[in-house]
Write a protein that binds this ligand. Structure first.
Ligand code: NAP
Length: 389
């Protein structure tokens, strides 16, 4: 049957652990926001897709081909967290999905919501968007177990070709970082800074130690700024005095220093562009500054497909207990609406979350640090957000 003109189909993967409960919250809030705002927007026809432990346990595959192909065709999806099978098979379903769909930029905005307890004194100074490379570095998964035939071959090769001796008890990993993947990631980060009027893009790297991977990430990042955005950017080392012409400052920081900077001078940073592993650590550390993973939304963007998902995992100990914080996935839903062009509905969701948290209505994770005895469950929190849309 053909869909009504104002209905769009959006695939969703509920995920494992707390995934189904928080996904239910997100879908309800997104639907309600589209009804309440007069964006001339559509209603969403949600199409559930299988993946993860729940799919495997019900006789299916961990990551069915149909799931990947449906998302590819739709160009968009909302995804809950997936548990990673322990042992052999797919290394990580999340990594596999990002690679199959070439979702090369992991985008993780980190901002503070008034009312949320934070371990730092001025959490409102944190307003960052982390662009993390999503396809290579450790995500390439090139590693060989100590004692394996592959590790022995690698050791033999390194000895014969480069006179590098590694002991027999060594596990080996490779860390590839390419010019192409770096440049498309940094291009996406600078474009985001331009379109969202953010004033600084910082290249985060460990180039003082790893010159040809992390150091090259920095160099290629600067090349992108100079070659593609010379009229809109200025490089810190070439800066004479304050920026007065509205250009975006491009600078770089060594990763360990960056962890210090986001704590001591967060307001000096705005967009961070990072290789894969640094970005993973930084995103969780920054999320902690604004109240934890329960508040951290994310998007995985490619040129033709976008998958929106919270930063957090399946938090299995909370599954089915109506205690999980649904903010991260609700905010991921808002990012999805924005990406689909429904700015008004997206903004309404962010506002409703601001009002709910501002009224000190929080889930357990945000009550515990303050020893507050009052908190609400996932479902009640969702109702409170919908009421404030
Ligand atoms: P996690 O599931 O994110 O949970 C870590 C901790 O963060 C929880 O124990 C809890 O902290 C807190 N937390 C996370 N989300 C929360 C929420 N919505 N509400 C309240 N508290 C929340 O990380 P993990 O334990 O390392 O990983 C568990 C599984 O998830 C693994 O199989 C992993 O591979 C998978 N994972 C999947 C994704 C993904 O699908 N994108 C991402 C990360 C991990 P407290 O214990 O302090 O209460």
């Amino acid at each position: 049957m053909p869909l009504e003109a104002r209905t769009i189909e959006v695939p969703f993967v509920p995920g494992d652990g707390i995934g189904p409960e928080v996904m239910d919250s997100a879908r309800r809030v997104v639907d309600a926001a589209l009804i309440k705002t007069d964006d001339n927007g559509p209603s969403i026809l949600w199409r559930e897709l299988a993946a993860g432990e729940s799919s495997f346990k019900s006789g299916g595959e961990w990551l069915p081909k149909e799931t990947v192909e449906t998302i590819r065709r739709a160009g968009v999806a909302l995804k809950g967290p997936l548990s990673t099978p322990v042992g052999g098979g797919i290394r990580s379903l999340n990594v596999a999905l990002r690679q199959m769909l070439d979702l090369y930029a992991s985008v993780r905005p980190v901002r503070y919501f008034e009312g949320v307890p934070s371990p730092v004194r001025h959490p409102a100074s944190v307003d960052l968007v982390i662009f993390r490379e999503n396809t290579e570095d450790v995500y390439k998964g090139l590693e060989w177990k100590r004692g394996s035939d592959e590790a022995r071959k690698m050791r033999d090769f390194l000895r014969d070709a480069f006179a590098i001796e590694l002991t027999e008890d060594t596990g080996i990993g490779l860390k590839p970082i390419s010019e192409r993947a770096t440049k498309r990631l940094v291009t996406a980060a600078i474009r985001h800074a331009i379109s969202h009027e953010r004033k600084v893009v910082t290249l985060v790297h460990k180039g003082n130690i790893m010159k040809f991977t992390e150091g090259a990430f920095r160099d290629w990042g600067y090349e992108v700024a100079e070659e593609e955005f010379s009229g809109q950017t200025v490089i810190e080392s070439e800066l004479m005095g304050p920026i007065t012409d509205g250009k975006i400052l491009i600078n770089d920081r060594i990763a360990d220093n960056m962890f210090q900077q986001v704590l001591t001078r967060p307001s000096e940073y705005s967009v961070l562009a990072t290789p894969n592993l640094n970005g993973d650590y930084l995103a969780d550390a920054c999320a902690a500054q604004v109240g934890g993973l329960g508040f951290a939304p994310g998007a995985n963007l490619g040129d033709d497909v976008a998958v929106f998902e919270p930063v957090h995992g399946t938090a299995p100990k909370y599954a089915g207990n109506d205690v999980a914080n649904p903010c991260a996935i609700i905010l991921s839903g808002a990012m999805m609406l924005q990406n689909l062009g429904f700015e008004h509905a997206a903004g309404t969701i962010v506002c409703a979350i601001e009002k709910t948290l501002g009224a000190r209505i929080v889930t357990r994770d945000a009550a515990l640090p303050t020893s507050a005895s009052h908190f609400v469950g996932t479902r009640r929190f969702t109702e409170e957000v919908i009421m404030r849309l």
